[in-house]
Ligand binder design. Structure first.
Ligand code: G6P
Length: 739
């Protein structure tokens, strides 16, 4: 209210000052215009009256002079005339009888200057214009003639201008104030009121309310800030509740908070340094805008929550086409972009490095070598050369970032950096180094075909700890070392001693960020219709598959199983659709582009075979999907199908299980995925056995809700108790405990 009054008062004064200024200007120009008109008119009258001067003076000197002057005044609309001879001799008519005194000053001025003079005087409170014509002549002894004209009308006009402008000012001030009040009320107070109510509701309510934010562009920066604060508050509240629940249940479930606290204790505020090839956030250009995306990678799904919880540094290759524009002068960027928690350092690769290190040695050599998926590894000398160069480049970056730490903690990720542990060890003998191999490790005979087997093993053994997903992969690794290197392999504590140094080889089954809080989250269930509508498909049920398009994922086998399922169960035609989300990956490699064409052709062929109106057997969505885009498919599907021919772990299987908050839905899981060692509630399949996979689809669709519930509960319990925080805690504690 006080703001309103002050504002309105200011508006009235401001408009008043402007109006007064304009009126003042208008009046002075109006006054001078009217005065000059009056002067011109009076001069004209004087000329006419004195047209016949001798007659005029003759009449003036006659006995009827007063009568004569009255008649002239009447004729020319004058108030009066006065003829001045000298101070003792003045002839005047009725009006001018008493005006000689008021006029003499001007008469003298006119006589002295020998020129006509006009001026305004006030007679009885009224404005009168006097015009004096001096005269000097020998024959007639008249000194000056004064003509009096009514000038009161000028004052009236001026007054009416003042009055009109005052009314105008009043109306303007009234309307401007009214509009201002309305704009303030609707445009500012109402949105603020809504935001305040929303903030109050969010403070006391659930995270769902955060999403129901008031609309409108105005105040959107404030809304964003409140949203962020509310989110942080809600998370803190949920964490506190979760911790309390954990204490009550005396359960040992790891959370991000617990990991953070534990790491603070163990690391004594030292930063963790993560190194990987793929970066956790990629800036890409879409038309004129730059988008920040999370690339499709199980490694990122797993590692990102740890850095979010503990902070630290992540060193990775910058491969997004707008990555360079998004970093500072040290090639660093704070991430996640909305809520920075840690630093990402991007290293840049030349075209040759990318060709030979990433596409060549890493993905045409080591990847097929470690995945027994019947794609022959290719080993080229130049690829190996660049593999070493890029490993050296990353080693240099790690050493730069840890220059002032004698014993930094370094977590290296994956097969791109087999040489990195040894390269860092040489320069920093006391560094604590762990490398986690996210893909399988094959048997020694298979690995032995790599021409640089010994160098790779030596590089890896530079670490204190080499981690795999399963004990099975650890055993293969130890066998490989035993076969290829002079060393002492201990099968009692799973370690390798070489050159006075010991490296431990341990399994750490990786997982996802899933805690008690997520267990209870009320996930909105979306129907298949809602999801399929935009693709013009109508189906009662859907199954879901989410993979990078990779020959190790068994996508063609999956599609053949779906085809066989429809052959065996035609009643499902028109009722069930399988949705395959496929993120294109490493497409510059022929074996990868071949898989893309293969699965596209297979999907088209199968869809054509079972063609029916408004329905498809397989919906292939071939593009990168964000986690938010995938979640509704997980929750709408009857089952998820993972058919990897060989896979380190496969986190899609765990993500699907985590999304099923009603303990429904089934998981069909390849026995060759690491996850099959943990998720016993899944329908385990051999992806090469098409017939059984088709039966597994039927089983998944027709399993009783009770059985689904029982299986799902087992799997959710595993994902909960062995989540990514427990993975990180176990791995880091093991690393720290190595002396
Ligand atoms: C696997 C590897 C990761 C890799 C991911 C995506 O999960 O273990 O290291 O990041 O595939 O592959 P890309 O070549 O796209 O990084």
């Amino acid at each position: 209210m006080r703001i309103n009054l002050a504002l309105i008062f200011s508006i009235i004064i401001a408009i008043g000052i402007v109006a007064f200024g304009f009126t003042f200007f208008q009046i002075s120009s109006e006054r001078s215009k009217l005065s000059s008109e009056l002067e011109t008119r009076t001069t004209g009258v004087v000329e006419k009256v004195l047209e016949n001067e001798s007659l005029f003076y003759a009449r003036i000197n006659s006995a009827s002079a007063g009568h004569f002057m009255d008649s002239i005044a009447n004729k020319y609309n004058l108030l009066g005339i006065l003829v001045y001879f000298n101070s003792d001799s003045i002839i005047s008519n009725n009006f001018s009888d008493n005006l000689a005194g008021l006029s003499t000053k001007y008469i003298f001025q006119a006589i002295a200057s020998e020129s006509s003079l006009g001026n305004f005087i006030t007679v009885d409170g009224k404005s009168v214009y006097l015009f004096i014509k001096p005269r000097k002549s020998d024959d007639i002894s008249v000194s000056a003639i004064v003509f009096y004209t009514d000038a009161e009308y000028i004052e009236k006009i001026i007054k009416s201008i003042w009055f009109r402008n005052f009314i105008r000012w009043f109306i303007q001030a009234f309307f401007v104030s009214l509009v201002t009040i309305l704009v303030i009320r609707w445009g500012i107070f109402n949105p603020i009121k809504k935001i305040v109510n929303w903030a109050k509701a969010v403070r006391t309510g659930s995270s769902e309310l955060i999403k129901q934010q008031p609309q409108g562009k105005f105040l959107s920066p404030l809304r964003k800030e409140i949203e962020y604060i509310a989110k942080v508050m809600y998370e803190a509240k949920a964490n506190a509740e979760e911790e309390a629940r954990l204490r009550t249940n005396a359960e040992a479930i790891w959370t991000s908070e617990r990991l953070k606290a534990e790491m603070k204790n163990l690391l004594h505020d030292k930063k963790i340094i993560v190194v990987s090839n793929r970066e956790p956030y990629m800036h890409i250009r879409e038309g004129k805008i730059i988008r920040c995306i999370v690339p499709a990678s199980g490694m990122i799904t797993a590692l990102e929550p740890i850095l979010k919880a503990c902070g630290g540094l992540w060193i990775a290759s910058g491969t997004g086409d707008a990555d360079k524009e998004s970093v500072d002068k040290n090639d660093k960027v704070q991430v996640p972009p909305d809520e920075p928690k840690y630093t990402l350092i991007r290293l840049w690769q030349t075209k040759e490095e990318e060709d030979h290190f990433y596409y060549g040695f890493s993905n045409e050599g080591l990847w097929p070598l470690c995945h027994i998926a019947h794609t022959r590894p290719v080993f080229r000398k130049e690829d190996w050369h660049y593999y070493r160069i890029v490993n050296e480049k990353f080693a240099k970056a790690v050493l730069n970032e840890t220059a002032d730490e004698e014993k930094p903690y370094i977590l290296i990720q994956d097969y791109h950096f087999a040489l990195l542990p040894e390269l860092i060890r040489k320069e920093k003998p006391n560094a604590k180094i762990a490398i986690f191999w996210h893909i399988p490790w094959p048997n020694p005979e298979s690995f032995g075909i790599c021409p640089w087997e010994r160098e790779i093993l030596t590089g890896l053994l530079g670490a204190d700890l080499v981690g795999f997903h399963t004990q099975y992969h650890c055993n293969h690794f130890l066998d490989t070392v035993n076969n290829a290197l002079e060393s002492r392999v201990s099968w009692e504590n799973f370690s390798v001693k070489r050159g006075g140094r010991t490296t431990f080889i341990k399994p750490f089954p990786i997982s996802i960020a899933f805690t008690l809080r997520d267990m209870d989250n009320d996930v909105k269930r979306i129907t298949p219709d809602q999801l399929l509508n935009e693709y013009g498909i109508v189906a009662q049920n859907i199954g879901i598959g989410v993979d990078r398009i990779d020959y190790t994922k068994g996508l063609a086998e999956k599609f053949l199983a779906i085809e066989r399922f429809f052959e065996k169960n035609p009643s499902y035609i028109g009722k069930f659709t399988f949705v395959q989300i496929g993120a294109p990956s490493r497409t510059l490699i022929k074996s990868y582009s071949d898989v893309v064409s293969l699965i596209e052709n297979e999907a088209n062929r199968i869809n054509w075979r079972f063609k029916s109106k408004n329905w498809k057997a397989i919906l292939l969505l071939k593009r990168h999907h964000s986690h938010e885009e995938i979640t509704p498919f997980y929750s709408a599907a009857e089952f998820c199908m993972v058919t990897s021919l060989h896979d380190g772990m496969n986190l899609v299987a765990k993500e699907f299980v985590a999304s099923r908050n009603n303990n429904d839905g089934a998981l069909i899981l390849s026995r060759f995925a690491g996850a099959s060692h943990e998720l016993h509630g899944a329908i385990i399949v051999n992806p090469y056995d098409i017939e059984r996979m088709a039966d597994a689809i039927k089983l998944a669709l027709e399993m009783t809700p009770e059985e689904k519930c029982q299986r799902m509960k087992q799997m959710r319990q595993v994902v909960l108790t062995q989540n990514i925080y427990s993975w990180a805690a176990t791995l880091l504690k093991t690393l720290i405990s190595i002396t």
